[in-house]
Ligand binder design. Structure first.
Ligand SMILES: Nc1ncnc2c1ncn2[C@@H]1O[C@H](COP(=O)(O)OP(=O)(O)OP(=O)(O)O)[C@@H](O)[C@H]1O
Ligand SMILES: [Mg+2]
Length: 573
């Protein structure tokens, strides 16, 4: 009886198993081939797709090409020009290094590679079928063209689990967009049923406008900071263009697109006062650090990496983003959002259903600026002249203007009013103080106490008089008069947090943050029931704000105006 149960697998099968890790679908093939083109120094990369990439998938680059001897070797497993020794593995600066992509792709398709170096008169054509590599000289332009036909023809199980053509095209569009954002200087084109063309851009902001539309581009602000050897560069979006998912948070580490939850959280934390839970900012951030500080060899698709000191990187990201966020550039430039479009709802035979979203396609949401086109209505001239109709969800005041529907977030609007009043009082050195008859004593953690102590004079100028006791407690002697009747302890807790989180910010930024914190605490909350009189008083006080920008000091939107003509259009009138 034959006892042999264990055999060494034939190399074709080994290649196919390995391909399972990297070559999941047409998108992963295009990703690997573009990676190779970038490593070859290409300036222009064209992708051609037929039949969702399962029939024909071609990537053409104008990079440095390969010599006639190297070209067939590129298709051997573990053959790479990018690393030589174990030492090289610890400082990788190329996209690829595993020497696996081409043989893996070749093992599940019919692959041809045509390549020529600028210094060679002839090019080389290499093709592989069923594991057999053949090479011959040919005429060719400088650069490399890889043609992949009949992807997964010999792995029917993989083929069966491919998504629909629409969904694959969605993924490919998304991939091209992400490469475009990571490499603004490249000319990237995808020729399919619909051609996608990203000519080179001189900066990331222009590139973002190219990929996501000019409306978004106008709402992006530059981020640039360096600390502890970590450079963070890129753009972040105004809160008005935030999204309901994180699809527009892009992290690019040493030119590689990566996924990292800790860094994503650092971005969200920097925005925390601006966005509510479930909202995600637009952020395209390029992080540069010494390659030896990061291990890129932890994931076959190289989308996840391991940092020697993730904390250091997260802190750099947080500070870089919050430096721009605390400057709140959108406050100076903001405008109320005018929506000229109906909500994203469509009618079907049974009433109203949510707009159907195709998987993989760009999602639209109500926060996207594409929907917030300015109308001819201009600003609300007088809030007190609006006809107040009532309160919705104890949060939104519904008003009728001359020919508009005006919705006001009661908390955000009141906060803006209070912010302005306090800011003016600070400028005139006339902040009213309200002494507490019985000083309130509060226990805080040492960091918070230290933060408060550092900001003691600043807080005093805002009417918040604190006395520090030994141990970790602090007594509140007086509060800003604007806070009368509100919880002083909650305010001081938040000021403490603002003070600890704001190291490295300038005096004026800290002042802005503290004034915003006090304004927030002294304002009507979402969820407070308002009498008609209270609502009217709020509307009246909004008139006193010079240039009511429609945003609260935290950047949250306060006023939304819909022209009546638009509202009527929602109902087909
Ligand atoms: N478009 C190209 N232009 C020039 N040389 C290329 C190109 N594509 C591949 N090569 C050469 O072929 C080699 C093998 O490519 P392959 O993608 O299989 O491995 P890799 O890029 O080295 O590593 P990885 O498996 O991580 O992608 C590369 O190291 C490179 O020298
Ligand atoms: Mg590669």
């Amino acid at each position: 009886m034959d006892e042999t149960k264990i055999i060494v697998l034939p190399s074709v099968l080994i290649d196919q198993i390995a391909a399972g890790e990297v070559v999941e679908n047409p998108t992963s093939v295009v990703k690997e081939l573009i990676d190779n083109a970038i490593d070859a120094g290409a300036k222009r990369i064209t992708v051609e797709i037929e039949g969702a990439g399962l029939a024909v998938l071609r990537v053409i680059d104008d990079g440095k090409g390969m010599s006639p001897t190297d070209a067939p070797n590129a298709l051997l497993r573990h053959a790479t020009s990018k690393i030589r020794t174990q030492n090289d593995l610890s400082k990788i600066s190329t996209m690829g290094f595993r020497g696996e992509a081409l043989p893996s792709i070749a093992s599940v398709s019919k692959l041809t590679l045509v390549t020529r170096r600028p210094e060679d008169d002839f090019g080389t054509e290499v093709s592989v079928k069923d594991g057999v590599v053949t090479a011959k000289p040919c005429a060719a332009p400088v650069g490399t063209t890889v043609t992949v036909l009949d992807l997964f023809y010999n792995t029917p199980a993989r083929l069966k689990f491919q998504s629909s053509e629409r969904s694959i095209m969605g993924q490919l569009n998304d991939l091209m967009g992400r490469f475009a954002l990571a490499f603004p200087q490249l000319h990237l084109t995808m020729v399919a049923k619909r051609t996608l063309d990203y000519p080179p851009c001189s900066n990331i902001k222009d590139r973002a406008a190219q990929v996501y539309g000019a409306a978004l581009g106008a709402n992006l602000y530059q981020v640039h900071d360096e600390r502890n050897g970590v450079e963070v560069f890129g753009v972040i979006g105004d809160p008005s263009v935030s999204r309901l998912n994180s699809s527009r948070i892009h992290l690019i580490l040493n030119n590689r697109q990566i996924q990292d939850n800790v860094l994503r959280r650092a971005i969200l934390n920097a925005y925390s006062v601006l966005l509510s839970a479930g909202q995600f900012p637009v952020a395209i951030l390029s992080i540069t650090l010494d390659p030896s500080e990061v291990d890129v060899n932890v994931h076959p698709r190289k989308t996840e990496v391991r940092f020697a000191d993730i904390d250091l990187v997260a802190r750099a990201v947080y500070h870089a983003v919050s430096k721009t966020v605390t400057k709140t550039p959108w406050l100076q430039q903001s405008k109320p959002s005018y929506s000229d479009e109906p909500p994203k709802l469509v009618q079907d035979g049974f009433g109203v259903r949510e707009l159907f979203e195709f998987p993989g396609e760009q999602q639209t949401d109500l926060f996207s600026s594409e929907l917030a086109q300015p109308s001819s209505h201009g600003l609300v001239e007088s809030f007190s002249a609006l006809r107040y109709k009532g309160q919705v969800a104890r949060t939104v005041l519904v008003c009728e203007g001359k020919d508009s529907l005006v919705l006001i977030d009661q908390h955000a609007a009141h906060e803006r009013v209070n912010f302005d009043r306090l800011w003016q009082a600070v400028e005139n050195k006339q902040v009213a103080q309200e002494p507490l008859m019985f000083p309130e004593v509060l226990g805080l953690d040492p960091n918070e106490i230290a933060g408060l102590e550092k900001s003691k004079d600043l807080l005093l100028s805002l009417g918040l008089d604190l006395e520090f006791y030994s141990g970790d407690s602090v007594a509140i002697r007086s509060i800003p008069a604007i806070m009368r009747g509100k919880s002083a302890a909650a305010l001081v807790r938040d000021c403490a947090q603002a003070a600890t989180g704001s190291s490295g910010t300038t005096g004026i930024e800290r002042l802005h943050l503290m004034v915003a914190t006090i304004a927030c605490h002294s304002s009507i909350r979402a969820g407070d029931a308002l009498s008609d009189d209270e609502a009217l008083t709020l509307l009246k006080s909004m008139d006193s704000v010079k240039d009511f920008a429609g945003y609260c000091p935290h950047g949250r939107q306060a006023v939304v105006v819909h022209p009546i003509s638009t509202v009527l259009r929602w109902f087909g009138r």
